[in-house]
Write a protein that binds this ligand. Structure first.
Ligand code: 4NP
Length: 152
């Protein structure tokens, strides 16, 4: 079992988009039984809230549902439980490392690092660029699956 936690600031835009895109990719590859995939926030700002409507609509455009999502904050226990904790931008990585109390196991990564890039996925909550973010997330998730030996 490979456990993946996607993390962003609010857990209502980027990290749930990555969670549901990744769930779709592993399902389409027939590998869903091998993965546990979830998402969380670094902040307490949006706890309990569903996916932000423009992010939900962007997922729906690609046939992906995020129904039932409720934002939650990352905990130190998540660091032990998950194999990969994947942030969207360097600011997330700093906060994730603080919550985890360090990264002794090297589990914390930037999503785009799996696509051979160090680019940040900028917050669409501020930029409004949900389509561009979807494209970045898809590339990052595909790269991650390639690294994990899953054809997607
Ligand atoms: P996300 O976007 O980190 O991609 O979920 C945000 C959502 C809410 C806030 C910030 C970013 N906020 O400050 O409430």
């Amino acid at each position: 079992m490979t456990r993946i936690l996607f993390v962003c600031l609010g857990n209502i835009c980027r990290s749930p988009m990555a969670e549901y895109v990744m769930k779709k990719l592993v399902k389409d590859a027939g590998r869903e039984a091998e993965f546990e995939i979830a998402s969380a926030a670094t902040s307490t700002e949006e706890i309990g809230n569903p996916v932000y409507p423009p992010a939900r609509r962007e997922l729906a455009k690609h046939g992906i549902s995020c129904a039932g999502h409720a934002a939650r904050q990352m905990t130190r226990a998540d660091y032990d439980y998950y194999d990969y904790l994947v942030g969207m931008e360097p600011y997330n990585i700093r906060n994730m490392t603080r919550i985890a109390g360090g990264d002794p196991d090297g589990k914390i990564r930037l999503l785009m690092s799996f696509a051979g890039s160090n680019e940040a996925i900028d917050d669409p909550w501020y930029t409004g660029r949900f389509e561009e973010v979807y494209g970045q997330i898809l590339r990052g998730c595909r790269g991650m699956l390639e690294e994990l030996g899953v054809r997607s």
